[in-house]
Design a protein around this ligand. Structure first.
Ligand code: C5P
Length: 296
């Protein structure tokens, strides 16, 4: 018997970052939007905890107990008195690895939902969300999908309404960025950051399904830090803007860049322009919103 769960990537349409807290994290006003690029996590009984991964960038994914999906299985088993989990976890990767699109968080949420189904642990939604929050700031959103405002360190979620489809192009960079390093660079560049506040205009643009209004309001406070550590991203942002993107921004902590398109046809045009520009390793087109972790 095996169980497969599909989990989406995310883009942050607003990422407002406050000053570093005493625990080292930053308070956020983080507007998450799930996009239609998915990893699939499959679990099945095994003699011990094992992990395998296939797909683009899978050679960069750790296959030991530090992997967030393995930690999710360990945490759920511990909570239900099951001891060390005897499970094989397979991740079929399609979300760019170390790209600022919450791929690792998606795998953790997927592993939790899959193991819960495999073991019949019957965890409530609240219990799953609490476990997700322990695993990482972005993991709760991977569970719920859609769109949500994340406050605290991003783990306290308030669902947001999305009134239409938004089309995105993602440019995968050659190389990765470490999220803690990007936050440290943010602290260096913005030593007196104000408290983060969600943009009412952006929330309204999502609700209205209005791509032009969303483009006028997207923002990412981590973008200057990501560009400082990865200066060639500027050329990618410029290439997408020249290709007709309504908005061009770094996705989360990067180095993936995200381009909002007027519609699917425009997205295909922007993707072609980015591919021809030679400023990125791969280009993906995806609609949003997308559902959260879903049993197949
Ligand atoms: O929560 P997560 O493990 O995904 O966070 C990874 C790192 O990103 C943290 O160790 C911290 O350096 C940084 N971070 C932060 N403030 C947040 C979320 C993440 O400083 N709200």
């Amino acid at each position: 018997m095996s169980v497969t769960v599909r989990v989406p990537a995310k883009v942050n349409v607003q990422l407002a970052v406050g000053p570093a807290r005493p625990d080292g994290f930053h308070d956020l006003a983080n507007v998450f939007l799930a996009v239609g690029l998915y990893d699939e996590v499959t679990v099945e009984p095994a003699d011990s905890l094992t992990l395998t991964c296939t797909g683009p960038g899978s050679d960069q994914v750790p296959l030991d107990r530090t992997n967030l999906a393995a930690r999710a299985a360990i945490a759920l088993a511990a909570r239900h008195g099951l001891g060390d989990p005897k499970v094989r976890i397979h991740i079929a990767k399609d979300i760019p690895v170390a790209g600022g699109m919450a791929g690792g968080s998606a795998d953790a949420a997927g592993a939790l939902v899959a193991c819960d189904a495999l073991w019949g642990t019957g965890a409530s939604r609240e219990e799953l969300l609490a476990l997700c929050a322990e695993l990482g700031s972005d993991v709760p959103f991977s569970l719920v999908g859609g769109a949500a405002l994340g406050t605290g360190r991003g783990e306290l979620l308030q669902p947001l309404e999305v009134g239409g489809e938004f089309w995105w192009v993602f440019a995968v960079a050659d190389g990765g960025l470490s999220t803690p390093a990007v936050y440290r660079e943010f602290d260096r560049l913005s030593p007196a950051a104000p408290e983060p506040v969600a943009s009412a205009a952006l929330v309204e643009a999502l609700r209205a399904g209005d791509a032009a209004a969303l483009a006028a309001t997207v923002s990412n406070d981590l973008q200057p830090a990501a560009l400082s550590l990865f200066p060639s991203l500027k050329a990618t942002l410029d290439a997408g803007a020249r290709g007709g993107a309504l908005a061009s921004l770094v996705s989360g902590s990067g180095p993936t860049t995200a381009f909002l398109a007027a519609d699917e046809e425009a997205a295909r045009g922007i993707a072609d322009a980015l591919a021809a520009s030679g400023t990125c390793r791969a280009v993906r087109v995806a609609p949003s919103p997308a559902p959260g972790a879903t049993l197949r």
